[in-house]
Design a protein around this ligand. Structure first.
Ligand code: EPS
Length: 360
């Protein structure tokens, strides 16, 4: 008897829709962007630049897998312009080292998707984590980079806000986003970035991993995006962020901090033009954008694969010891920055198409 189980959930978005395919050690990963409006003059170099911000091997504090991550578009673009037809794209895998994974064929890394994939499907491509690998996020970055070009007037700026206990202490209004790409951690404050980088290096030496947070600010937002009641704008942003590998938390606006305030402190009072004097709402009220900046935090856990011995179980349910092998990120946060921006751009593009009255 076959178990009737297939993998669903490979698509994101209603009207601006991305479907991805591929595994970390297969021939290629890629996707189809369906619903991108016609007539957008695409800058392909900008799309590649976004991919380069995410790609493995980019610095000493990330996985040392070396992938060119060159995107090839196979449809949907004519003479540099989107045609409104499905945009198929492929990124070839070039640097797989599958033998690093033979030890997890029948054994489960603690807190990795190995166990749940095996339990659900009964079969899994364990090489490099297969479909559960964060390599899939390269496809999201491609689609997000296309969405950003559709949403030219809207600015998406994500950056590393913490690594372990080390936090960026500058208030959002005082940040200089031009500093984000000036260090390998992608933190817009040189002193914090240095501490974070040193800490990630130390953690790597210990064969361990560490988590952190990415903060994202969306500026120049149109008013009126968001579909109450179940499809509130922040609900979709939350889903988008929580679908990124290793994400454990999402908060927007005042977030969990707001629970400690009184209404009299928390309410954003209006200016006559409808803007607000404060923005604890994070640019969204009633699930609808109010034109103020949207800002949110995304929490990333420490990567599950560590280079230390741990107790675990095998497929037979026996207790065994295992140690991670291969090339992994000691902290995913610096490479997650462009992924967060990409997912935010996909949400805003989709909601803009759903809301025909919005103007940008
Ligand atoms: C390849 C990427 O990251 C990979 C994510 C990953 C995992 O388990 O998620 C495991 C590693 O794969 P490999 O062992 O094949 O090097 C990482 O390098 C990428 O992001 O493009």
């Amino acid at each position: 008897m076959f178990k009737i189980i297939k993998m669903a959930g490979n698509s994101f978005g209603k009207l601006f829709k991305l479907t991805t395919f591929g595994e970390s050690h297969g021939q290629a990963i890629g996707g189809i962007i369906d619903g991108c409006p016609a007539g957008i003059q695409l800058d392909l170099e900008k799309i590649q630049t976004e991919l380069n911000r995410r790609k493995p091997g980019q610095s000493a504090i990330v996985t040392q897998r070396k992938e060119p991550d060159t995107v090839e578009f196979h449809s949907g673009i004519f003479e540099g312009m989107t045609t409104g037809t499905p945009m198929g794209f492929v990124i070839k895998n070039a640097n797989q080292k599958s033998k690093d994974y033979s030890h997890i064929k029948d054994t489960y890394r603690p807190s990795h998707a190995d166990y749940t994939y095996d339990e659900k499907y009964g079969v899994r491509d364990y090489r490099g984590g297969g479909r559960s690998s964060a390599r899939e996020t390269a496809c999201r970055v491609v689609a997000g980079a296309v969405a950003k070009q559709f949403l030219k007037e809207i600015q998406f700026n994500a950056y590393t806000a913490s690594v372990g206990e080390i936090e960026l202490e500058t208030a959002i209004k005082d940040l200089d986003f031009d500093l984000i790409e000036t260090n390998p951690v992608r933190c817009p404050d040189a002193a914090s970035a240095e501490k974070m980088e040193a800490y990630i290096k130390q953690i790597r030496k210990e064969g361990d991993t560490v988590g952190g947070t990415v903060q994202c600010v969306i500026r120049n937002m149109p008013k009126g995006l968001g579909e109450p009641v179940f499809d509130k704008l922040h609900a979709e942003l939350g889903k988008a962020m929580l679908s990124i590998n290793a994400v454990k938390g999402f908060e927007y606006g005042s977030g969990f901090g707001g629970t400690k305030m009184k209404g009299s402190q928390h309410n954003d009072l209006f200016n006559e033009d409808g803007t607000t004097k404060t923005n604890l709402s994070g640019g969204i009220q009633g699930g609808i954008s109010n034109g103020m900046d949207i800002y949110f935090n995304v929490a990333f856990k420490p990567v599950a694969t560590i280079m230390q011995k741990q107790d675990t179980i095998n497929k037979q349910g026996e207790n065994v010891e295992m140690e991670g092998k291969g090339r992994h990120d000691p902290c995913v946060v610096p490479r997650a920055v462009p992924i967060v921006e990409a997912m935010a751009a996909l949400v805003i593009a989709d909601y803009l198409l759903q809301n025909k009255t919005a103007k940008i």
